[in-house]
Structure formats: C-alpha cells, structure tokens
Design a binder for this molecule. Structure first.
Ligand code: PEP
Ligand code: MG
Length: 595
C-alpha cells in the first residue's frame, strides 16, 4: 500500500481542494483565463435607442443559437437530463425578471446594451452571491456565463473556449458550458479556485468522467501553463511539478484506479449480496435531475433519498408552483422506474436556505424540516400534490425530514389524507398506497422507534444529523470536527434500536447519511441490521465491493466490537486491517473518505 500511505515531500507545491469527480490525471497544466468584459457606459441618443435594442435582440438570438448547440452536444454525450442545465440557461435569456429589465434600463438611462446587460445581470448575481444558500451562490456562475455570452455577441466577439488538447485545465472558475466544450478536446482533468461539489460544473465533470477538484483557494496563482501537474480527484489535490518519485507513485495509483474502475463496471451488473446470501439494496442520494444518468451508470436500485430543496429553489425565485414541481418529479420518476424514488419533502432551515428570510440564533434546533411544513401549508400542500401526481407513473415514497414527535407524523398523515381526497375529488390519478416514512435523524425518533414503526411505512436513518444531535456537535463547525464521530457507540446504539424496531414491525429501513460512504462503516452497519444503503452514486460500486466480500455474521461481530469501542483511532485501524484482508481493492478509496 506504499502508494496510498506515502507522504509527499515537504517542498512540493500541493494545492488542496475538494475532490468532486474522482480519478487521477497527470499531464501539462493549461491556465485558462476566462475573458470577462468590463463594459463602459456609453450614452445613446433617444432616436438610436431602438437600434441598440435591436442589437441586444440579435445578441440574444446568437446566444440562443450557441446554447442550442451546447444542448445538442450535451444530449449526445450525456443524455437529456444533463442537457437540462443549458435548457435552464436558455430560459434565463428571456426570463421576465431579466430580459424586459434590460430593455427598460436602456430606455430609462439611454445607454448601450452591453452596459445594461452588465448592470441588470450583475445585480441578480450579487443577490445570488450574497445568499445563504450554497446552491444559489454556485448558480451565480451560470448567470455570469450567460452575461458574458450576450456581451461577447454584442461586441461580435467569437466565443473562445479553446484550450490545449490533453491538458489539465487550471482556472479560477469554469462553467458547465466550458467543460462540455473542453471535453471535445480531450482534456485530462480540471482544477478550479472556486466552486463547490453541487455546482453544475462539478456535476458535469462527474457525468463526463473528467477528474476534477474545486475550491483550491488559489491554484491559478501556483501554476503556470506547461507545468507538469498531478490532479488527484479522490483526495482533492493538485500537485505542481512533482519529483520523479512522486510521479512514479502516482502513475501506479492511476493504473490501479483505472483497473478498479474497469472492475467496477463489471460490478454494476452483479447482485449486491453478502457472501452468506443476504441482499443489501444500494440506492442513490440525488438532488438534481442532471444527476439521473448516474443511476444506471453506477447500478443504483432506485433513489433512497431525493433531497428536494435544490430542485424547488432553483433560479432563486419563489418556490416552484405545484405544476412546475409535478413536471420535475414526473421526469425523475420516469427515469428511475421500475425502481422506487424516495422524495424527501422540503427540509428547510438548519444550514439550508430559508426563503422567508427568517433568521434564528440556533437554527439546527429551531424551525426546520417538518416543523416549518406543518406551519406553512402553502409550502406543504403543493409539494404533496405534485409528488402524489408523479406517483401515477412509477413507484414513489414520501419521506419526512426532521421529525421529532409522533404528533408531527400524525398531523402530516392527516394533511396527506386531505390532499389525497382533494385529488380524488378532482379526478387526478395517483398511487393510493404511496408509502410514508420518517428520517430517523433526531434521537427521540430512534429512542421511540417501536412507536414510530407503528405509524409509518419505512425508516431512513440520517446519520449526518443524528450524529450532531446525539453528540451535541454542530456538523458544520470545524472547531469541533474531532468530536463529530458517526461511528461513536452512542450513534451506533440508536441505529441498532431503529433497525430492531423496524424488523419487529416488518417495515424496511435504510441509511442515507454520509456514513454509508465510509467504507469502514459498511460492515458494521450491515451487522447492526441495516439492509439498504443510499449514497451519492459514485460511491456505490465501492460499497458493493465491501458487501460482496463479507459475511453478515462477520458484520455482526464487527458491530459488537464497534458498540464496545471507546477508542475511535483504534477501531479505525482495526477496520482498515479488516478491509485490507477482506476487500483489499477498496482500501484505495479510504484515503479520500471523511472518516
Ligand atoms: C442526514 O441528516 O443524514 C441526511 C441524510 O439529511 P441531510 O444531510 O440532508 O440533512
Ligand atoms: Mg438531515
């Protein structure tokens, strides 16, 4: 395992970021500088304003033509769902908050079209960048892409997305359109100073299989075009001008990764079952329609958790209408059937955006998830109606977030029944038996799991929150990250109580927190009685590798050990040795895992 554990020489320049698309790329860097145009204000005589408006309209048409081309390439390479990113951009061009506002600005200020575009779209971007929502902040980059596209056409500039072939792109930021166009030139990977895992460019990189890292905090100032670089999309690192020894070690790692990926492809078609014949259903956590092609690619048996916050709050406008939601959910269900889609209804609050502009001192213990939905039927009812409507075309389950009390579940069930009756009265079809489940993410639910099991059709264990609530440690606070231990015996005990209650009541239980992607935890979780895991699709093959390499009885013994363990370091080392002996291929991924 020398490749995995070897530490890098101290004098090497290593830019640390977040790996958003796994894989290893080795090659020359190409520093890509996005050409952004700063447009000067020019005054336009009143009689010429119409001419300026016509120029604006022409630029919009050219931008539409570009986007149609990009949509066609994306469709061909990645399918319809990935193309929807650009379809959304296409809509923004004529969005009612943008297009008429630009015309009105030109009219009012008698200024040039480029300046009006820059000012109006700039204001929208500023609002998005200042938002509490990571999703909106990341989408502001898409808006900049559209703005640049229009301005370039106003200047009759050519859209230059040309880069050096077979290079590793290092850029401050890239857009989803950039990466689509670059992929035609066979780029090896990309590193960006900014961005997050859920930005469109990250989603595209994963879909295209281009290794990528984001949030490097300044890789562009450390790298020059032509430098030899190693991009490690698993660890999230960019190594600049490595020494021979590091290079050789990474070449070995690259080969091993390629071999593993090859083997993973074969794994996709194999059953997910332990050596002693216990099936373990592996499902996907998704948030965006563009991720749907990953279901098939990574062999997911349905969607164990569809977080609806991102989808519903797209474009930073008001929450989608029932009609808009129904259209989105239908597409998700159609792409997932015959497998089941589990839609979690809005989990607002906590660290997630609250569109009502509400602020709290202690949001994780405040107005969050089902607490908000029960107070705000105008959010709850359209979403329930839209999900029920989608259930007419394929199997759907409804999952409730942040449940604390039995009373909340009962109230929600009453709302669901009223909603169903309204649909029946209107003659709208839906699945009468849509299962209703709760997230087990607040300790009270795990402690009363036997009573909850009588009220609901399934459990989904959310270890991200369960851990923070059991150990009283904020999941997003670096200062206490050491204490945030999802394998703490107290967390595991609550998981055990939950699976036990589910088994007694004969209802399914799955686990959808990040813990499912911690390969050290997988045998323990199965040993604790978890029969289904849901995770970001790219992790599913490695999880399946562990499942297929173990016996359930071994998992049970490991679970007993974990429940007794008082030393996280010791247990971690023990699991590393266990994995090395039983499923050695997967240890490759451990270095990149959070645990
Ligand atoms: C969880 O809490 O484990 C979970 C899956 O939900 P989220 O991460 O969306 O809070
Ligand atoms: Mg949660």
């Amino acid at each position: 395992m020398s490749v995995v554990t070897r530490s890098l020489p101290d004098d090497l320049t290593v830019c640390k970021g977040i790996g958003v698309s796994p894989g290893i790329a080795i090659g020359p860097a190409y520093l890509y500088a996005r050409v952004s145009f700063e447009v000067e204000e020019r005054s336009i005589d009143p009689e010429d304003v119409q001419h300026e408006k016509d120029r604006f309209e022409q630029a919009i048409r050219k931008a539409e033509r570009d986007l149609h081309k990009i949509i066609a390439v994306t469709r061909e390479k990645l399918g319809e769902d990935s193309a929807s990113i650009f379809e959304a951009q296409l809509l923004i061009l004529r969005d009612e908050a943008v297009y008429p506002a630009i015309l009105a600005y030109m009219e009012k200020h008698g200024c040039n079209a480029g300046y009006a575009v820059q000012t109006v779209m700039g204001k929208h971007r500023q609002m998005m960048e200042a938002s509490d929502s990571e999703y909106l902040r990341e989408r502001s980059n898409d808006l900049l892409d559209i703005q640049d596209r229009i301005i370039r056409h106003l200047r009759r500039g050519r859209i230059l997305s040309a880069v050096e072939e077979s290079s590793i792109i290092v850029a401050e930021n890239l857009t989803a359109a950039d990466i689509i166009l670059f992929s035609r030139r066979g780029i090896l990977g990309c590193a960006m100073d900014f961005g997050g895992p859920t930005s469109h460019v990250s989603i595209m990189a994963r879909a295209l299989g281009v290794p990528a890292i984001v949030s490097t905090h300044g890789a562009t100032s450390q790298v020059s075009t032509g430098d030899m670089v190693i991009l490690d999309g698993i660890r999230g690192e960019l190594i600049v001008n490595p020494d021979e020894e590091t290079l050789a070690a990474y070449r070995v790692k690259q080969e091993r990764y390629a071999r593993l990926m090859q083997e993973d492809k074969q794994l996709v078609g194999l059953v997910s079952e332990t050596l002693d014949g216990h099936p373990v259903s592996l499902q996907a956590n998704l948030e965006l329609r563009e991720e749907l092609p990953l279901l098939k690619e990574y062999g997911a048996e349905g969607i164990g958790l569809f977080r609806t916050e991102m989808l519903l709050l797209m474009e930073g406008r008001a929450i989608m209408t029932e009609e808009e939601q129904a259209e989105q959910y239908l597409k998700v269900v159609e792409a997932t059937r015959p497998y089941t889609t589990t839609f979690r209804i809005l989990d607002l609050g906590g660290d997630k955006l609250l569109p009502m502009g509400h602020r709290e001192h202690n949001p994780f213990l405040g107005w969050r998830g089902i607490r908000i939905l029960l107070d705000k039927p105008e959010l709850l009812i359209p979403q329930l109606r839209a999900i029920l409507r989608a259930s007419a075309v394929g199997p759907v389950r409804i999952l409730l977030p942040m449940v604390t009390t039995l009373g909340e579940v009962r109230k929600l069930k009453a709302e669901l029944e009223t909603t169903k009756q309204a649909l029946r009265d209107e003659g709208i079809g839906f699945d009468e038996n849509v299962p209703l489940g709760v997230m087990v993410e607040v300790p009270s639910v795990a402690l009363q799991a036997d009573q909850f099991a009588r009220e609901v059709d399934f459990f989904s264990i959310g270890t991200n929150d369960l851990t923070q609530y059991v150990l009283a440690v904020d999941r997003g606070n670096d200062l206490v990250a050491e204490i945030y231990n999802e394998l703490h015996p107290a967390v595991l005990e609550l998981i055990r109580m939950t699976t036990q209650a589910a088994r007694d009541a004969g209802i399914p239980v799955s686990l959808c927190g990040e813990l499912a992607t911690n390969l050290r935890a997988v045998p323990v979780l199965l040993g604790l009685g978890v029969t289904s895991l849901s995770a970001s699709p790219i992790y599913l093959p490695a999880i399946k590798r562990v499942v297929r390499a173990m016996k359930l009885t071994e998992g049970e013994a490991l679970a007993r050990r974990a429940l007794r363990s008082s030393d996280p370091q010791e247990f971690r080392a023990y699991m590393d040795r266990w994995l090395e002996e039983h499923a050695c291929g997967v240890t490759f991924f451990l270095e990149g895992s959070q645990a």
